[in-house]
Design a protein around this ligand. Structure first.
Ligand SMILES: Cc1cc2nc3c(=O)[nH]c(=O)nc-3n(C[C@H](O)[C@H](O)[C@H](O)COP(=O)(O)OP(=O)(O)OC[C@H]3O[C@@H](n4cnc5c(N)ncnc54)[C@H](O)[C@@H]3O)c2cc1C
Length: 387
Protein backbone atom coordinates (compact mmCIF):
# COMPACT_ATOMS: atom_id res chain seq x y z
CA UNK A 1 0.00 0.00 0.00
CA UNK A 2 1.42 3.46 -0.83
CA UNK A 3 2.66 5.27 2.26
CA UNK A 4 1.18 8.65 3.22
CA UNK A 5 4.03 11.16 3.13
CA UNK A 6 4.88 13.16 6.27
CA UNK A 7 3.59 16.72 5.70
CA UNK A 8 5.49 19.92 6.46
CA UNK A 9 5.31 23.59 5.55
CA UNK A 10 8.94 23.56 4.44
CA UNK A 11 11.44 20.78 3.78
CA UNK A 12 15.13 21.58 3.90
CA UNK A 13 17.52 19.28 2.09
CA UNK A 14 20.90 19.31 3.86
CA UNK A 15 21.68 19.59 7.58
CA UNK A 16 24.83 21.64 7.15
CA UNK A 17 25.13 25.07 8.71
CA UNK A 18 23.16 26.76 5.92
CA UNK A 19 20.19 24.37 6.03
CA UNK A 20 20.22 24.41 9.84
CA UNK A 21 20.21 28.21 9.98
CA UNK A 22 17.32 28.42 7.48
CA UNK A 23 15.43 25.82 9.54
CA UNK A 24 15.96 27.76 12.78
CA UNK A 25 14.62 30.94 11.25
CA UNK A 26 11.58 29.26 9.68
CA UNK A 27 10.68 27.33 12.83
CA UNK A 28 10.92 30.65 14.71
CA UNK A 29 8.21 31.98 12.40
CA UNK A 30 5.94 29.13 13.47
CA UNK A 31 6.35 26.92 10.39
CA UNK A 32 6.61 23.11 10.55
CA UNK A 33 10.05 22.31 9.18
CA UNK A 34 11.61 19.02 8.06
CA UNK A 35 15.40 18.83 7.75
CA UNK A 36 16.66 15.88 5.72
CA UNK A 37 20.26 14.76 5.48
CA UNK A 38 21.89 11.86 3.68
CA UNK A 39 24.24 11.25 6.62
CA UNK A 40 23.49 13.52 9.59
CA UNK A 41 23.97 17.05 10.93
CA UNK A 42 27.27 18.74 10.00
CA UNK A 43 28.52 15.61 8.28
CA UNK A 44 30.06 17.42 5.28
CA UNK A 45 31.82 20.80 4.93
CA UNK A 46 30.19 22.27 8.04
CA UNK A 47 31.94 19.69 10.22
CA UNK A 48 35.33 20.06 8.55
CA UNK A 49 35.99 23.77 8.46
CA UNK A 50 38.40 26.32 9.92
CA UNK A 51 35.37 28.06 11.41
CA UNK A 52 36.56 31.64 10.96
CA UNK A 53 33.76 34.19 11.00
CA UNK A 54 35.84 36.62 9.05
CA UNK A 55 35.20 39.67 6.92
CA UNK A 56 38.91 40.10 6.24
CA UNK A 57 39.09 37.00 4.06
CA UNK A 58 36.10 37.89 1.85
CA UNK A 59 36.30 39.21 -1.69
CA UNK A 60 35.51 42.92 -1.84
CA UNK A 61 31.96 43.69 -2.97
CA UNK A 62 28.79 41.70 -2.19
CA UNK A 63 30.58 38.93 -0.29
CA UNK A 64 32.43 41.31 2.03
CA UNK A 65 29.26 43.33 2.69
CA UNK A 66 27.15 40.22 3.36
CA UNK A 67 29.91 38.83 5.61
CA UNK A 68 29.91 42.07 7.57
CA UNK A 69 26.15 41.88 8.05
CA UNK A 70 26.41 38.20 8.98
CA UNK A 71 29.16 38.83 11.52
CA UNK A 72 27.00 41.46 13.23
CA UNK A 73 23.97 39.15 13.21
CA UNK A 74 26.06 36.20 14.46
CA UNK A 75 27.05 38.34 17.41
CA UNK A 76 23.37 39.06 18.10
CA UNK A 77 22.48 35.34 17.90
CA UNK A 78 25.35 34.56 20.28
CA UNK A 79 24.04 36.89 22.97
CA UNK A 80 21.49 34.63 24.60
CA UNK A 81 20.39 33.17 21.24
CA UNK A 82 21.16 29.83 19.56
CA UNK A 83 24.83 30.67 18.95
CA UNK A 84 25.63 31.33 22.63
CA UNK A 85 28.59 29.06 23.36
CA UNK A 86 29.21 28.43 19.65
CA UNK A 87 30.50 31.82 18.49
CA UNK A 88 33.64 33.11 20.22
CA UNK A 89 34.75 36.67 19.55
CA UNK A 90 38.54 37.01 19.38
CA UNK A 91 41.13 39.23 17.72
CA UNK A 92 42.52 38.13 14.38
CA UNK A 93 46.00 38.64 13.03
CA UNK A 94 47.06 38.52 9.41
CA UNK A 95 50.75 38.02 8.72
CA UNK A 96 52.78 38.18 5.56
CA UNK A 97 56.16 37.45 4.10
CA UNK A 98 57.31 38.43 0.62
CA UNK A 99 55.98 40.94 -1.87
CA UNK A 100 52.74 39.21 -2.90
CA UNK A 101 51.59 38.76 0.70
CA UNK A 102 52.55 42.28 1.72
CA UNK A 103 50.54 43.62 -1.24
CA UNK A 104 47.58 41.48 -0.15
CA UNK A 105 47.79 43.06 3.30
CA UNK A 106 47.65 46.54 1.77
CA UNK A 107 44.58 45.46 -0.20
CA UNK A 108 43.02 44.07 2.98
CA UNK A 109 43.35 47.38 4.81
CA UNK A 110 41.88 49.25 1.83
CA UNK A 111 38.97 46.78 1.62
CA UNK A 112 38.12 47.03 5.32
CA UNK A 113 38.04 50.81 4.93
CA UNK A 114 35.52 50.50 2.10
CA UNK A 115 33.26 48.00 3.89
CA UNK A 116 33.16 50.27 6.97
CA UNK A 117 31.75 47.34 8.94
CA UNK A 118 32.34 45.86 12.37
CA UNK A 119 35.98 44.87 11.76
CA UNK A 120 38.75 47.42 12.34
CA UNK A 121 42.52 47.43 12.05
CA UNK A 122 44.07 47.96 15.49
CA UNK A 123 47.76 47.70 14.56
CA UNK A 124 49.96 47.38 11.48
CA UNK A 125 53.64 46.65 11.92
CA UNK A 126 56.25 43.98 12.46
CA UNK A 127 56.29 40.72 14.40
CA UNK A 128 57.12 42.64 17.60
CA UNK A 129 53.39 43.51 17.80
CA UNK A 130 52.70 40.05 19.21
CA UNK A 131 55.16 38.22 21.51
CA UNK A 132 56.15 34.74 20.38
CA UNK A 133 56.07 35.22 16.62
CA UNK A 134 58.89 33.73 14.55
CA UNK A 135 61.03 34.71 11.61
CA UNK A 136 58.27 33.63 9.22
CA UNK A 137 56.39 36.84 10.04
CA UNK A 138 57.61 39.95 8.26
CA UNK A 139 54.53 42.14 8.77
CA UNK A 140 51.53 41.76 11.07
CA UNK A 141 48.12 43.42 10.89
CA UNK A 142 45.94 43.06 13.99
CA UNK A 143 42.15 43.20 13.60
CA UNK A 144 39.36 43.50 16.09
CA UNK A 145 35.74 42.38 15.70
CA UNK A 146 35.90 38.91 14.13
CA UNK A 147 35.40 35.52 15.76
CA UNK A 148 35.47 31.74 15.54
CA UNK A 149 32.56 29.29 15.35
CA UNK A 150 32.90 25.50 15.08
CA UNK A 151 30.35 24.56 12.42
CA UNK A 152 29.15 21.42 14.18
CA UNK A 153 28.27 23.36 17.35
CA UNK A 154 26.24 25.93 15.44
CA UNK A 155 24.40 23.23 13.45
CA UNK A 156 23.35 21.31 16.56
CA UNK A 157 22.28 24.50 18.31
CA UNK A 158 20.12 25.62 15.38
CA UNK A 159 18.49 22.20 14.92
CA UNK A 160 17.49 21.99 18.59
CA UNK A 161 14.69 24.52 18.04
CA UNK A 162 11.16 23.13 18.58
CA UNK A 163 9.26 22.84 15.30
CA UNK A 164 12.15 21.16 13.43
CA UNK A 165 11.88 17.45 12.61
CA UNK A 166 15.08 15.73 11.48
CA UNK A 167 15.32 12.88 8.97
CA UNK A 168 18.73 11.18 8.81
CA UNK A 169 20.42 9.18 7.50
CA UNK A 170 18.07 9.73 4.56
CA UNK A 171 19.54 10.47 1.15
CA UNK A 172 17.03 12.28 -1.07
CA UNK A 173 16.69 10.24 -4.25
CA UNK A 174 14.26 12.34 -6.23
CA UNK A 175 12.28 15.56 -6.00
CA UNK A 176 8.80 15.77 -7.48
CA UNK A 177 7.38 19.30 -7.59
CA UNK A 178 3.72 20.00 -8.42
CA UNK A 179 1.32 22.96 -8.23
CA UNK A 180 0.83 22.75 -4.46
CA UNK A 181 4.17 21.57 -3.15
CA UNK A 182 7.07 19.18 -3.44
CA UNK A 183 7.34 15.47 -2.67
CA UNK A 184 10.72 14.07 -1.69
CA UNK A 185 11.56 10.42 -2.16
CA UNK A 186 13.80 9.21 0.68
CA UNK A 187 13.72 5.58 -0.43
CA UNK A 188 11.91 4.04 2.54
CA UNK A 189 9.57 7.00 3.02
CA UNK A 190 8.29 10.19 1.43
CA UNK A 191 8.20 13.72 2.77
CA UNK A 192 5.84 16.32 1.39
CA UNK A 193 6.14 20.06 1.91
CA UNK A 194 4.75 23.29 0.52
CA UNK A 195 8.26 24.59 -0.15
CA UNK A 196 11.71 23.08 -0.50
CA UNK A 197 15.10 24.61 0.28
CA UNK A 198 18.08 22.84 -1.28
CA UNK A 199 21.15 23.37 0.91
CA UNK A 200 23.21 20.41 -0.26
CA UNK A 201 26.66 21.98 -0.49
CA UNK A 202 28.93 20.26 -2.97
CA UNK A 203 26.27 17.59 -3.66
CA UNK A 204 23.81 20.14 -5.08
CA UNK A 205 24.38 19.15 -8.75
CA UNK A 206 23.19 15.62 -7.91
CA UNK A 207 19.66 16.98 -7.52
CA UNK A 208 19.97 20.01 -9.77
CA UNK A 209 21.99 18.73 -12.72
CA UNK A 210 23.98 21.38 -14.50
CA UNK A 211 24.39 23.61 -11.45
CA UNK A 212 27.91 25.05 -11.80
CA UNK A 213 29.13 23.95 -8.36
CA UNK A 214 32.63 22.48 -8.22
CA UNK A 215 34.51 20.80 -5.36
CA UNK A 216 37.44 22.45 -3.64
CA UNK A 217 38.92 20.24 -0.96
CA UNK A 218 40.80 21.50 2.07
CA UNK A 219 43.02 19.80 4.64
CA UNK A 220 43.41 20.67 8.31
CA UNK A 221 44.96 19.31 11.48
CA UNK A 222 44.42 19.64 15.24
CA UNK A 223 47.05 19.65 17.99
CA UNK A 224 46.93 18.18 21.46
CA UNK A 225 45.68 20.26 24.40
CA UNK A 226 47.89 22.70 26.24
CA UNK A 227 48.25 26.41 26.85
CA UNK A 228 46.98 28.54 23.95
CA UNK A 229 47.04 31.94 25.73
CA UNK A 230 50.22 33.03 23.94
CA UNK A 231 48.11 33.36 20.80
CA UNK A 232 45.03 35.42 21.73
CA UNK A 233 43.39 35.09 18.31
CA UNK A 234 43.69 33.52 14.88
CA UNK A 235 46.94 33.94 12.94
CA UNK A 236 46.29 33.89 9.19
CA UNK A 237 48.88 33.99 6.43
CA UNK A 238 48.13 36.58 3.77
CA UNK A 239 48.47 33.70 1.28
CA UNK A 240 45.01 32.69 2.53
CA UNK A 241 43.65 36.03 1.32
CA UNK A 242 45.33 35.48 -2.04
CA UNK A 243 43.95 31.93 -2.27
CA UNK A 244 40.41 33.28 -1.81
CA UNK A 245 40.70 36.25 -4.14
CA UNK A 246 41.45 36.85 -7.75
CA UNK A 247 45.19 36.20 -7.47
CA UNK A 248 45.65 32.65 -6.08
CA UNK A 249 48.65 32.15 -8.37
CA UNK A 250 50.60 34.86 -6.56
CA UNK A 251 50.73 32.88 -3.32
CA UNK A 252 53.98 30.96 -3.09
CA UNK A 253 53.73 29.94 0.57
CA UNK A 254 51.04 27.75 2.21
CA UNK A 255 47.78 29.57 3.12
CA UNK A 256 47.92 28.65 6.79
CA UNK A 257 45.37 29.70 9.43
CA UNK A 258 46.18 28.94 13.08
CA UNK A 259 43.22 29.18 15.44
CA UNK A 260 43.47 28.66 19.23
CA UNK A 261 40.38 26.75 20.41
CA UNK A 262 38.58 26.94 23.75
CA UNK A 263 39.59 23.29 24.27
CA UNK A 264 43.29 24.29 24.50
CA UNK A 265 43.99 22.86 21.06
CA UNK A 266 45.11 24.62 17.91
CA UNK A 267 43.11 24.06 14.72
CA UNK A 268 45.40 24.60 11.75
CA UNK A 269 44.23 24.71 8.16
CA UNK A 270 43.65 24.83 5.34
CA UNK A 271 44.75 23.98 1.85
CA UNK A 272 42.77 24.21 -1.40
CA UNK A 273 42.71 21.35 -3.89
CA UNK A 274 40.50 20.78 -6.92
CA UNK A 275 38.99 17.43 -6.02
CA UNK A 276 35.99 16.08 -4.11
CA UNK A 277 37.52 13.42 -1.87
CA UNK A 278 36.99 14.20 1.83
CA UNK A 279 39.21 11.25 2.77
CA UNK A 280 42.35 12.43 1.00
CA UNK A 281 44.87 13.72 3.55
CA UNK A 282 48.28 14.20 1.98
CA UNK A 283 51.56 14.24 3.86
CA UNK A 284 53.11 16.85 1.54
CA UNK A 285 50.22 19.27 2.16
CA UNK A 286 50.33 18.70 5.93
CA UNK A 287 54.08 19.17 6.01
CA UNK A 288 53.74 22.54 4.21
CA UNK A 289 51.06 23.77 6.61
CA UNK A 290 53.04 22.58 9.64
CA UNK A 291 56.35 24.10 8.52
CA UNK A 292 54.75 27.48 7.90
CA UNK A 293 52.84 27.37 11.20
CA UNK A 294 56.02 26.72 13.17
CA UNK A 295 57.93 29.43 11.27
CA UNK A 296 55.18 31.91 12.19
CA UNK A 297 54.57 30.71 15.75
CA UNK A 298 57.53 28.60 16.97
CA UNK A 299 55.84 27.40 20.20
CA UNK A 300 53.81 25.07 17.97
CA UNK A 301 56.92 22.91 17.48
CA UNK A 302 56.35 21.50 20.98
CA UNK A 303 52.77 20.43 20.24
CA UNK A 304 51.70 17.06 18.87
CA UNK A 305 49.32 16.64 15.96
CA UNK A 306 46.51 14.36 17.08
CA UNK A 307 44.27 14.41 14.01
CA UNK A 308 44.42 15.40 10.37
CA UNK A 309 41.32 15.57 8.21
CA UNK A 310 39.83 17.07 5.07
CA UNK A 311 36.58 18.64 3.92
CA UNK A 312 35.17 19.65 0.57
CA UNK A 313 34.00 23.19 -0.13
CA UNK A 314 31.28 23.86 -2.71
CA UNK A 315 32.73 26.46 -5.06
CA UNK A 316 30.83 28.17 -7.87
CA UNK A 317 32.47 28.96 -11.20
CA UNK A 318 31.96 32.72 -10.78
CA UNK A 319 33.10 32.74 -7.15
CA UNK A 320 29.73 33.71 -5.64
CA UNK A 321 27.20 31.56 -3.75
CA UNK A 322 23.87 30.62 -5.35
CA UNK A 323 20.88 31.82 -3.32
CA UNK A 324 17.29 32.24 -4.50
CA UNK A 325 14.41 30.52 -6.29
CA UNK A 326 15.31 27.94 -8.89
CA UNK A 327 14.45 28.93 -12.47
CA UNK A 328 10.90 27.81 -13.31
CA UNK A 329 10.37 26.34 -9.81
CA UNK A 330 9.08 29.01 -7.42
CA UNK A 331 8.56 26.43 -4.66
CA UNK A 332 12.25 25.46 -4.65
CA UNK A 333 14.90 27.78 -3.22
CA UNK A 334 18.61 27.14 -3.60
CA UNK A 335 21.22 28.03 -0.97
CA UNK A 336 24.54 26.56 -1.97
CA UNK A 337 28.04 27.31 -3.23
CA UNK A 338 29.42 28.97 -0.12
CA UNK A 339 32.98 27.77 -0.80
CA UNK A 340 35.16 28.81 2.16
CA UNK A 341 32.66 31.32 3.54
CA UNK A 342 29.60 29.37 4.65
CA UNK A 343 30.25 29.40 8.39
CA UNK A 344 30.57 33.16 8.29
CA UNK A 345 27.61 33.78 5.96
CA UNK A 346 25.23 31.21 7.45
CA UNK A 347 23.49 33.48 9.96
CA UNK A 348 22.41 36.18 7.52
CA UNK A 349 21.75 33.73 4.68
CA UNK A 350 19.53 31.66 7.00
CA UNK A 351 17.50 34.75 7.88
CA UNK A 352 17.21 35.96 4.30
CA UNK A 353 16.35 32.57 2.77
CA UNK A 354 13.66 32.18 5.42
CA UNK A 355 12.24 35.54 4.28
CA UNK A 356 12.26 34.36 0.63
CA UNK A 357 10.46 31.14 1.53
CA UNK A 358 7.80 33.10 3.44
CA UNK A 359 7.25 35.39 0.46
CA UNK A 360 8.76 38.43 2.21
CA UNK A 361 11.06 40.88 0.44
CA UNK A 362 14.76 40.83 1.35
CA UNK A 363 16.01 43.20 4.04
CA UNK A 364 16.47 46.60 2.40
CA UNK A 365 20.17 46.95 3.16
CA UNK A 366 20.98 43.54 1.62
CA UNK A 367 18.60 43.42 -1.34
CA UNK A 368 21.10 44.47 -4.01
CA UNK A 369 23.83 42.10 -2.80
CA UNK A 370 21.41 39.17 -2.50
CA UNK A 371 20.09 39.80 -6.03
CA UNK A 372 23.61 39.20 -7.36
CA UNK A 373 23.50 35.66 -5.89
CA UNK A 374 20.33 34.61 -7.73
CA UNK A 375 20.46 31.24 -9.53
CA UNK A 376 18.83 33.01 -12.47
CA UNK A 377 22.30 34.24 -13.45
CA UNK A 378 22.87 30.72 -14.79
CA UNK A 379 20.74 29.01 -17.38
CA UNK A 380 20.16 25.81 -15.40
CA UNK A 381 16.74 24.35 -16.11
CA UNK A 382 15.12 21.68 -13.94
CA UNK A 383 15.08 18.22 -15.47
CA UNK A 384 11.99 16.06 -15.67
CA UNK A 385 11.43 13.90 -12.60
CA UNK A 386 14.00 15.88 -10.67
CA UNK A 387 14.20 19.42 -9.35
C1 LIG B 1 38.81 22.91 4.87
C2 LIG B 1 37.69 23.90 4.97
C3 LIG B 1 37.88 25.10 5.66
C4 LIG B 1 36.84 26.04 5.74
N1 LIG B 1 37.02 27.18 6.48
C5 LIG B 1 35.99 28.07 6.60
C6 LIG B 1 36.13 29.23 7.42
O1 LIG B 1 37.14 29.45 8.07
N2 LIG B 1 35.08 30.09 7.47
C7 LIG B 1 33.92 29.89 6.79
O2 LIG B 1 33.01 30.72 6.85
N3 LIG B 1 33.75 28.78 6.03
C8 LIG B 1 34.76 27.88 5.93
N4 LIG B 1 34.62 26.76 5.15
C9 LIG B 1 33.40 26.63 4.34
C10 LIG B 1 32.22 26.14 5.12
O3 LIG B 1 32.57 25.02 5.89
C11 LIG B 1 31.11 25.80 4.11
O4 LIG B 1 30.89 26.90 3.25
C12 LIG B 1 29.80 25.50 4.84
O5 LIG B 1 30.02 24.54 5.83
C13 LIG B 1 28.78 25.03 3.83
O6 LIG B 1 27.63 24.65 4.53
P1 LIG B 1 26.41 24.02 3.74
O7 LIG B 1 25.32 23.85 4.74
O8 LIG B 1 26.15 24.83 2.52
O9 LIG B 1 26.94 22.62 3.18
P2 LIG B 1 27.42 21.29 3.91
O10 LIG B 1 27.92 21.53 5.28
O11 LIG B 1 28.34 20.62 2.95
O12 LIG B 1 26.06 20.47 4.06
C14 LIG B 1 25.41 19.84 2.99
C15 LIG B 1 24.64 18.65 3.56
O13 LIG B 1 23.86 18.07 2.52
C16 LIG B 1 23.82 16.68 2.75
N5 LIG B 1 23.45 15.98 1.51
C17 LIG B 1 24.17 15.85 0.37
N6 LIG B 1 23.47 15.16 -0.55
C18 LIG B 1 22.28 14.85 0.00
C19 LIG B 1 21.13 14.15 -0.45
N7 LIG B 1 21.00 13.62 -1.68
N8 LIG B 1 20.08 14.02 0.41
C20 LIG B 1 20.13 14.57 1.64
N9 LIG B 1 21.20 15.22 2.12
C21 LIG B 1 22.27 15.38 1.32
C22 LIG B 1 25.21 16.34 3.24
O14 LIG B 1 25.22 15.12 3.97
C23 LIG B 1 25.56 17.56 4.08
O15 LIG B 1 25.32 17.35 5.47
C24 LIG B 1 35.61 25.78 5.09
C25 LIG B 1 35.40 24.57 4.44
C26 LIG B 1 36.43 23.63 4.38
C27 LIG B 1 36.18 22.32 3.68
Amino acid sequence: MPQTPSEFDVAIAGAGIVGASVAWHLAGAGLRVAVIDAVGPASAASGASDGAVSVASKKPGPLARLASASLLYTRVLSQGGPLAGAFHPRPSYVFGQGEAELDAMDALIAKLGQVAGPVRVTADGGRDLLPGLGAGVERLVALDGEGHMPGHKAVRAYLARPGITGFWPAPIRAIDPDDRGVTLDLGTQKVRAGQLVLALGVSSPQLVPGLPVIPRAGQLFVTDRGPVDALPGSLTAAAYLLAKTEAPGRATLPPVVIDPLTTGQFLIGSSREDHADPNRVEFSVMRGLMARSVAAFPALAARRVIRAFAGVRAAVIDGLPIVGPLAGQPRITLATGFEGDGICLSAIIGAEVARMVRGLPPSDALAADLAVLSPLRFTTQPQEGRA
